[in-house]
Write a new protein. Sequence first.
Length: 329
Amino acid sequence: MKVGILYSEKEVDNELEHRINPHGSIQMDVTLESIKNALENRGHETTLIPAVINLPTKLRELSDLDIIFNLSTGITKKSQQAHVVSILEMMSIPFLGSGLSSQVLSLEKHVAKKIFDYEGIPTPKFQVFYTGEEKLRKDLNFPLILKPVHEGSSMGITEDSIVTDEESFKIRVSEIISDFKQAAMVEEFIVGREFTIGIMGNDKLEVLPIEEIIFDHRDTKKLGVMTLDIKTRDAIVPKTPADIPKEKAEEIVAYAKKIFKVLGCRDFARIDLRMDKQGVPYFLEVNALPGLQPEYSEFPRMAAAAGYMYDELVEKLMFIALDRYEKNN
């Protein structure tokens, strides 16, 4: 197969992202090289395609490609991840991953959570602050966690993101709105355990072993949360498969499959959740373009626990997407 690998160039990354997440471009470089090597090891021909402003022109020059392996998290910043997908869809180019609507829904966390609520999928109570002047809902109880409403990769999540009083809450809301130029989502923080679950497929879904994200409490001052600093340094102890009762794992899998379907995800996705001390799972968000950096990103770790070698996983994802296109065209 002739495969184009679409990626975000570090030279055009947003200045804010460089400042807040200086390791992001390094992670992209490692992932890009790993995907390229994996596909070539399996006998495929690859072409690297930077996601730049004149991307449509670049793509028209590469009309002989069989598929695009999309890694791009945006042309100028991560919150524009869906823009790249919209270009691929507009040009009717086969590509790996979810389409525009699913990308938008997964990035707009508050919209996804409203869908969860409607579909009976448990999710923490939340509120969106657009100006910082809104009154906090009376039914939202501390501790709360605050995050930018449409960022990924733990962008904007620090140890200060978990607040336990009104004063620190107001400060953090103001910081998010000012730094990220977007609304802040305030969510009840679920005290308990954190998990993630990977899914791949379309008509028939394959659910990977659930991974528990175990935090070293010497590394966080608060209650255990995936901050950008912890994620960057991979300062966790992942346990895959997670040590949870079979019935509880089946419940999580059923909800995860439902989320994948109702958000219209395609090919692969990762879903994050926390479980409270009573064993109730609360679903937080969906990553419609999960990271694929070997030995670092959660999705390859879960796939490895299911028995997939890295090269095998990369090729399988590509063929899942190709099979979808063949069935729909």
